[in-house]
Ligand binder design. Structure first.
Ligand SMILES: CC(C)(COP(=O)(O)OP(=O)(O)OC[C@H]1O[C@@H](n2cnc3c(N)ncnc32)[C@H](O)[C@@H]1OP(=O)(O)O)[C@@H](O)C(=O)NCCC(=O)NCCS
Length: 244
């Protein structure tokens, strides 16, 4: 079954229906099933080239739907044809709209893409929860000593949830900064509990009180976080409505 279970807060909405207010984050859940051809005409030559590099048809289809939906959503905010949007990249590959327009960030996992859109620079990460044999090994390698110690105090499902919370929160912060893997993961610390927070920034450039870290998990099988450099952010969640 292709259907992705989403929380009720993610209600169906066509792109462009809800304007984006300052200090809002709109989170769009995009199920990556359905007819990818709907989006074929809106992708750029560069996106079509990337599409061709996927070996598996299913990966091609997911890319086409994810990037087609991204164009449809951003086109909705700007009131322009999705095919007319142009993107540029930051120094480490983070995509931005060329010219005026909101910030956005995309993440995909399993059969879902999650897209955050805001007038504030945003990073977002979404992971489908699955059992990981090497959970402790990954955490030891990527988490800070304090984060790893907090994880080690937990067992079973609570431990798995804390792992995914830590992972997506760290990744969302890195993605907000646009740094990718160039950024050492022990230069900052996040919470592992229910309340998301940037706890420490050790680099002398960022300060925890300047950041909002938000739980934007779209459904029971997923954990997701968004990071924005702003003291307060209001979140609204939507499920992308595919129109053909
Ligand atoms: C590329 C990276 C930014 C995210 O990769 P990821 O988690 O594998 O993938 P996601 O699906 O969450 O995000 C990919 C999307 O982020 C966007 N992106 C690409 N480079 C980016 C950057 N430097 N900053 C922010 N966003 C970026 C793109 O839209 C990309 O989608 P596309 O490839 O379809 O164009 C990078 O941080 C990375 O490779 N991380 C690896 C994971 C890791 O070690 N995490 C440690 C956390 S504890």
């Amino acid at each position: 079954m292709d259907e992705v279970a989403l929380h009720a807060a993610f209600h169906l909405e066509p792109p462009g229906a809800v304007p984006l207010a300052d200090h809002e984050l709109h989170v769009w859940a995009v199920p990556l099933h359905g007819d990818a051809e709907t989006f074929a005409a809106s992708l750029s030559p560069g996106e079509l080239q990337r599409l061709e590099r996927f070996r598996f048809a299913d990966h091609r289809r997911r890319f086409q739907i994810g990037h087609g939906a991204l164009r449809a959503i951003l086109g909705g905010y700007l009131g322009v044809d999705p095919a007319d949007l142009e993107f540029v990249q930051g120094p480490r590959g983070k995509p931005y709209l060329a010219g005026a327009g909101p910030y956005f960030n995309l993440s995909h996992s399993g059969k879902l893409a999650l897209i955050g859109v805001s007038r504030i620079e945003v990073g977002l990460d979404c992971e489908k929860v699955r059992h990981l044999e090497s959970l402790a090994e990954i955490a030891r390698k990527h988490f800070s000593p304090a984060e790893f110690a907090a994880l080690e105090r937990l067992d079973g499902e609570a431990r798995q949830l804390a792992f995914y919370r830590c992972w997506t929160r760290k990744e969302a912060y890195i993605k907000a900064l646009g740094e990718g893997l160039s950024m050492p993961l022990d230069t900052f610390e996040v919470s592992l509990g229910e309340t998301p927070a940037v706890l420490q920034c050790h680099d002398g450039r960022e300060f925890p009180q300047h950041w909002s870290l938000l739980d934007v998990s779209p459904g029971p099988e997923y954990v997701a976080a968004a990071a924005l450099r702003a003291a307060a952010v209001a979140v609204r969640c939507f499920r992308f409505l595919m129109t053909g």
